[in-house]
Design a protein around this ligand. Structure first.
Ligand SMILES: Cc1cc2nc3c(=O)[nH]c(=O)nc-3n(C[C@H](O)[C@H](O)[C@H](O)COP(=O)(O)OP(=O)(O)OC[C@H]3O[C@@H](n4cnc5c(N)ncnc54)[C@H](O)[C@@H]3O)c2cc1C
Length: 453
């Protein structure tokens, strides 16, 4: 049997790996539109050092990411970031982030000591309505808008590049919905009950951007780059895919297809074969962003940067939304950069901030350096700086997202030999994407088994 996978991001590659391990005889081809596999996982060079310029960490509390790393033969490079606190840059200073559950304070004394919010918040206990709602509405009614603006927004901005006023409580912040009617009491209780189940995040020495190539190799799949899929048609025998540049298109046949491209491409390709799913996919919006990576002399900082970095609440009107001190966070980056160089990255861009991202690279670099100057006193020129743009970087799980996904899944289930996976559906983090890929692979194999292919 021949399985075609559309999209060579970590979703498509994990699907290839899962099909290969469950059905070793399957012929698998991964069709990637761009000139490189990996999608949002990517390595880049800064000051002679190779680091991640896309995704950089995986949640280690879910098994799928670390298990795929092991299956791809990279277990010996698995590392955890240094246990360090992050900060919030607000009210004129970088302040330590108090313990929270996704921005809901779990210790009000600690919160007060930071000066992040103007007043000690009070809970209004309210039962949650059955219907999904915006994260900001849910939290604002219960603990006030200052908590939304200065704690929840920067955290959601980091994960989704989105806005609390649009993101879905059920899809983007279920851990907050689970805190109960009294959010502050729920967060304090959740913190007290939290057991230390080991490090939360993991990465790879040399960068998580090594994972795509390693997974591709382990899968044994045929990997084709510059192979944009332009058309997908169901035939009596299976599937026909029109692939490649417009000047040299090629037709590929397959018994089954796993669609692992982002929602806009999936919507276009599925318009004829699964129109309801295509319609719902077309409604999923994406936020664009840029990751700016810097190498600077240690002397550029008036004092050594502390902690893993800081987040910036959008309400404060700055250009950057987050800074990660990679040299502090990852021991291998600090070691390879050497004592006299600091490597850090800034991210810029949330949903609808297109004007900001229209600036050229030099302007973005200046904006970021100017913000860093104001926040922590950074001065002088960097040794090296690089801008990586992520147009359509992160899907926005807006209110009603889970209902949209259920309708997509129901429509796809009516089409034998077709599955979808990736960040658009049930989690944008790498382990969630891998889980969605593995689910798609298992269903495709069971479809093919029942069709006796
Ligand atoms: C800047 C940034 C930082 C992030 N940081 C983290 C992090 O630290 N930890 C974490 O867990 N998550 C992080 N994420 C999220 C995570 O990386 C992504 O959600 C995940 O990698 C998406 O994987 P995917 O395979 O679904 O999609 P993608 O990576 O988008 O891959 C889809 C692929 O499909 C290809 N494609 C599109 N159309 C076609 C077509 N017609 N034919 C063929 N190919 C096509 C694309 O070129 C692309 O390569 C980050 C995301 C971004 C943007």
């Amino acid at each position: 049997m021949r399985v075609a996978i559309i999209g060579g991001g970590i979703g498509g590659l994990a699907a290839a790996q899962a099909v290969a391990s469950a059905a070793p005889d399957a012929e698998i081809v991964v069709l990637e539109g761009s000139d490189r596999i990996g999608g949002k996982l990517r390595l880049g060079e800064i000051g002679g050092l190779t680091v991640d310029v896309g995704a950089e960490a995986i949640l280690a509390r879910r098994p799928e990411g670390t298990a795929l790393i092991a299956a791809a033969g990279l277990a010996d490079r698995l590392v955890h970031p240094a246990m360090m606190t992050a900060g919030i840059w607000t009210h004129g200073a970088v302040r330590p982030m108090p313990p929270t559950v996704m921005g809901i304070p779990a210790d009000l004394d600690a919160l007060e000591a930071t000066g992040i919010v103007a007043e000690r918040p009070r809970s209004v206990a309210l039962a949650r309505p059955l219907a999904d709602m915006a994260v900001a509405d849910f939290i604002g009614e219960r603990v006030g808008s200052d908590i939304v603006d200065r704690l929840v927004e920067p955290l959601l901005g980091g994960v989704y590049a989105g806005h609390a006023s649009e993101l879905s409580l059920d899809a983007a912040a279920p851990q907050i919905a689970a805190l109960g009617d009294d959010l502050l009491a729920g967060a304090a209780k959740a913190r007290a009950a939290a057991v230390d189940s080991g490090p939360v995040f993991a990465g790879l020495v040399g960068g998580i951007g090594q994972l795509p190539e390693a997974v591709a190799r382990a899968s044994g799949a045929e990997i084709r780059t510059n192979a944009t899929v332009r058309q997908l048609t169901r035939t009596d025998e299976g599937w026909e895919l029109v692939v490649g540049p417009t000047t040299a298109v090629e037709v590929i046949h397959a018994d089954a297809v796993i669609m692992a491209a982002p929602a806009p491409a999936a919507a276009r390709l599925l318009a004829d074969v699964a129109p309801e799913a295509a319609f719902a996919l077309a409604a999923i919006d994406y936020a664009s962003m840029a990751v700016l990576t810097f190498a600077v002399p240690r002397s550029a900082f008036p004092k050594a940067p502390e902690g893993s970095g800081f987040l910036v609440p959008p309400v404060d009107g700055k250009s950057i939304k987050a800074v990660t001190y990679s040299s502090n966070k990852w021991e291998w980056v600090g070691r390879e950069a050497g004592r006299e160089t600091i490597v850090f990255r800034c991210s810029i861009g949330r949903a609808h901030e297109t004007e900001l991202l229209q600036r050229d690279d030099a302007e973005l670099i200046d904006l970021a350096l100017s913000d860093l100057g104001e926040a922590v006193g950074l001065t002088g020129d960097p040794i090296d700086a690089c801008v990586t743009r992520w147009g359509g970087g992160l899907p926005q799980y807006t209110v009603g997202h889970l209902t949209r996904i259920a309708s997509i899944e129901a429509d796809i289930a009516t089409v034998p030999g077709l599955e979808v996976c990736g960040a658009a559906y049930r989690g944008v983090g790498i382990p969630a994407v891998i889980a969605s890929a593995q689910g798609a692979a298992a269903r495709i194999i069971s479809d093919l088994d029942s069709m006796k292919l």
